[in-house]
Write a protein of this length. Sequence first.
Length: 65
Amino acid sequence: MQQQFTVTGMTCGHCEAAVTRAIKQTDQAAQVKIDRAQNLVQVDSTQPREALAAAIREEGYTVAA
């Protein structure tokens, strides 16, 4: 299922890698696309939305939507 999150606090490639790693720890098969300039994270995953959002928050980023 395709899901989109607005994630603030990503300022560099390391941030993108941290968010991707957090999502992949929740779902190893997830496909992740990040548009840092737009603060968008698109995830194709079978995991519940809240589980993915929680993983991103645990890395220290704010999930707005």
